[in-house]
Ligand binder design. Structure first.
Ligand code: NDP
Length: 395
């Protein structure tokens, strides 16, 4: 019987919810490309409930314990005295969400002698040292597509919030003011602007589709071109390099995974190639941008705004400069963990566990690392490497 170690974010400060703002969520069977949403044999939770925090347990306790497995759930994940570190040595399966990542560094993998499966309940497995996982033959799987649309909605919201200067205007209301001129002195229309995405995969393409009705000019850079039919339908301009993309864009959104090619991609040099007064929205991963270069660019006016919800490490320290830099619209890492998204990735986690326990193959789309090499989505979009370096700082 397996020991399953699950790391989830803490419950709300006011306690686990007793009731919810809405009674149901829409039922979605397929993603836009036709892939089916998760297909576990059964679920033991009500879609729309909080599942991603400790008391929610991703709705998996009954299923695991009825089958004789042991489940340990904690939010205490950082440092050598954390519950995660103490429970890791005899765990066979680790489940963690990117929002509150249990960093599986090479050192931790070396201690986790029984570890066979690391599941990312969500998308983006850069909190696992993929090189170390490959060497040890650990399977890494994530719930591909489960929250891609959730994130794309957040990206559109953040682009509009920055360009229209929504957050400062809202703050004038809270402060009891009626400061129209203060609010509009940095407010523009998105219409007619050039919007570019780095990465036109599930999220990037969904952002482009959602922005098309705003009458903007759409651009993208990706390692592979999207089908010609899609380029025509959306009127996309393809750029052969990220430099070319940023030079042409007023708004840039980052929607590529964090791996060796994208780490610190947006440094002083690349931000310097952007138009003065550009907006940068990053819901992909904090490490794709150089933290201090972003602060410098906002202070100098090279960037008119920066928004996103990804930081490094996570949770971000209280004195992280992005909390206080000017013209930002940061949220904690929430874009992919709406209640709607949680229902999908909790079901997807169960689907992976059911396959694993039954000795059946895990859906190829869910695989990042398998049998010692990049596999499935991992083989398509990642180049391996260790993106966990510096994670120990959080402790
Ligand atoms: P996809 O795999 O569908 O798309 C990623 C795209 O990025 C692919 O088209 C891939 O190219 C492309 N890409 C990879 N490397 C590069 C590169 N060096 N330059 C340009 N493009 C590149 O993933 P999703 O769209 O679903 O998710 C993207 C990322 O967003 C995730 O990896 C994760 O880090 C982040 N994310 C954040 C969430 C949040 O809550 N904030 C939630 C979900 C995801 P190709 O496949 O053509 O090689």
């Amino acid at each position: 019987m397996a020991k399953v170690l699950m790391v989830l974010y803490p419950d709300p400060v006011d306690g686990y919810p007793k009731n919810y703002a809405r009674d149901d969520i829409p039922k979605i069977d397929h993603y836009p490309d036709g892939m089916t949403t998760p297909t576990p044999s059964k679920i033991d939770f009500k879609p729309g409930e909080l599942l991603g925090s400790v008391s929610g347990e991703l709705g998996l306790r009954k299923f695991l314990e009825n089958a004789g497995h042991t489940l340990v759930v904690t939010s205490d994940k950082d440092g050598p005295n954390s519950t995660f570190d103490k429970e890791l040595p005899d765990a066979e399966i680790v489940i963690s969400q990117p929002f509150w990542p249990a960093y599986l560094t090479a050192e931790r993998i070396a201690k986790a002698k029984k570890l066979k499966l690391a599941i990312t309940a969500g998308i983006g497995s850069d909190h696992v040292d993929l090189d170390a996982a490959m060497k040890r033959g650990i399977t890494v799987a994530e719930i591909t597509y489960s929250n891609s649309i959730s994130v794309s909605e957040h990206v559109v919201m953040m682009i509009l919030a920055l360009v229209r200067n929504y957050i400062p205007s809202y703050q004038w209301v809270i402060k009891g003011g009626w400061n129209i001129a203060d609010s509009v002195a940095r407010s523009y229309d998105l219409e007619g602007m050039n919007v570019g995405t780095v990465g036109a995969g599930r999220i990037g393409l969904a952002v482009l589709r959602r922005l098309k009705p705003f009458d903007v000019k759409l651009h993208y850079f990706d390692k592979h071109r999207v089908p010609e039919k899609v380029e025509k339908e959306l009127g996309l301009t393809y750029h052969p390099s990220v430099e070319s993309l940023v030079e042409a864009s007023d708004v840039v959104t980052i929607n590529a995974p964090l791996h060796s090619e994208t780490e610190r991609l947006f440094d002083d040099r690349l931000i310097g190639r952007m138009k003065r007064g550009s907006y940068l929205v990053n819901t992909a991963r904090g490490k794709i941008v150089d933290r201090d270069a972003v602060v410098r660019a906002l202070k100098s006016g090279q960037l008119a705004g920066y928004a996103g919800d990804v930081w490094f490490p996570q949770p971000a320290p209280k004195d992280h400069p992005w909390r206080t830099m000017p013209h930002h619209g940061m949220t904690p890492h929430v874009s992919g963990t709406s209640l709607s998204a949680q229902a999908r990735y909790a079901a997807g986690t169960r689907e992976i566990l059911e396959s694993y326990f039954a000795g059946k193959p895990i859906r190829t789309e869910y695989l990042i690392v398998d049998k010692g090499k990049l596999a499935g989505t991992g083989a398509k979009s990642y180049t391996g490497g260790d993106m966990t370096k510096g994670a120990e700082e959080v402790a």
